[in-house]
Design a protein around this ligand. Structure first.
Ligand SMILES: Cc1cc2nc3c(=O)[nH]c(=O)nc-3n(C[C@H](O)[C@H](O)[C@H](O)COP(=O)(O)OP(=O)(O)OC[C@H]3O[C@@H](n4cnc5c(N)ncnc54)[C@H](O)[C@@H]3O)c2cc1C
Ligand code: FES
Length: 259
């Protein structure tokens, strides 16, 4: 059997636009993964002729994996524009899974493509019947699109925020999450989104001392296997691809504070 460091052949089977900026991509693996992935593990996606890029696993059932892709450059654009049936390579699952605490109540906070690991975590919490709330934020209703369609479940509540107030709470996902933390008791917060969002969360959440906070980070991932050092969190020795991409906030707070 191929190990997690081997590139597996796979086929793109579907790509749906879910908002102005996000796409839901479904991929069929022609050779199964070596073990079942768990959030926030990721895969390296290789499109022939282009670079391999890291993508969080947003869902996985048998030989089908789901991605939530925000096209920002050559490879992500090729991924969302790929034809049905196009062959790609998939390496993984990479990174560490979060340990889920069955007795806790979780607050999951996502912005942009940060929705991908949060969707996967939501499905794991659902399957273990662990209570959780999801906050997803964007600039406007068009950036939110149909994300509720992706996040169905029974033991979760979903709150939406938009900067311009065109849908849901008027303000950022972090502002909304902090309001929820004031009103209700949560034991864990898990957040994924752009660095400025996580930096703002780090500042605001400092006063909720009993809440364990995890942040899922992105950095320049190249090998994905802890070998090249490209994804090191400045001078800390921590590698996003090996030690993360989920980290306890206190481990990485200084890195978040740097511009
Ligand atoms: C662990 C991890 C999980 C990720 N999960 C997702 C996801 O679920 N959905 C999603 O849309 N995006 C995700 N990303 C970001 C995604 O990998 C980049 O957007 C992508 O590599 C950009 O490639 P490009 O060729 O399209 O754009 P480029 O033009 O090459 O780059 C555009 C920008 O993307 C970033 N980037 C480029 N190469 C990399 C790289 N090798 N690693 C990290 N960032 C890079 C840089 O900020 C760059 O300025 C993840 C990144 C990491 C590290
Ligand atoms: S990407 Fe090579 S060490 Fe993390």
């Amino acid at each position: 059997m191929l190990d997690k460091g081997s590139m597996r052949p796979a086929r793109i089977i579907n790509c749906t636009k879910i908002s102005e900026t996000l796409y839901h991509v479904e991929i069929e693996l022609l050779k199964e993964l070596p073990f079942k992935p768990r959030s926030p593990q990721f895969v390296m996606i290789w499109i022939p002729g282009l670079e391999s890029i890291p993508m969080s696993i947003a869902g996985c059932k048998e030989n089908l994996i789901e991605l939530v892709v925000k096209p920002v450059g050559r490879t992500t654009l090729s991924l969302v524009n790929a034809k049905q049936g196009e062959t790609i390579g998939v390496k993984g699952p990479l990174g560490k899974a979060l340990k889920l605490d069955g007795s806790g109540k979780y607050l999951l906070v996502a912005g942009g493509s940060g929705l991908a690991p949060i969707k996967m975590l939501h499905e794991e919490l659902e399957s273990k019947k662990i209570e959780h709330t999801i906050v997803f934020g964007g600039r406007s209703a068009s950036e939110i699109g149909d994300i509720s369609g992706l996040l169905r479940g029974t033991c979760s509540r979903i709150y939406i925020s938009s900067d311009d107030g065109s849908i849901g709470f008027k303000g950022s996902a972090v502002e909304l999450a902090l309001r929820l933390l004031e009103a209700e008791t949560y034991t864990k917060v898990v957040a994924c989104g752009p660095k400025p969002m996580l930096k703002y969360l780090a500042k605001g959440i400092a006063r909720f001392r009993d809440v364990e906070t995890w942040v899922i980070l992105e950095n320049m991932v190249k090998c994905g296997l802890g070998v090249c050092g490209s994804c090191e969190i400045d001078g800390s020795g921590l590698l996003v691809c090996r030690d993360g991409p989920g980290f306890l906030l206190e481990e990485v707070v200084e890195w978040l504070e740097v511009k």
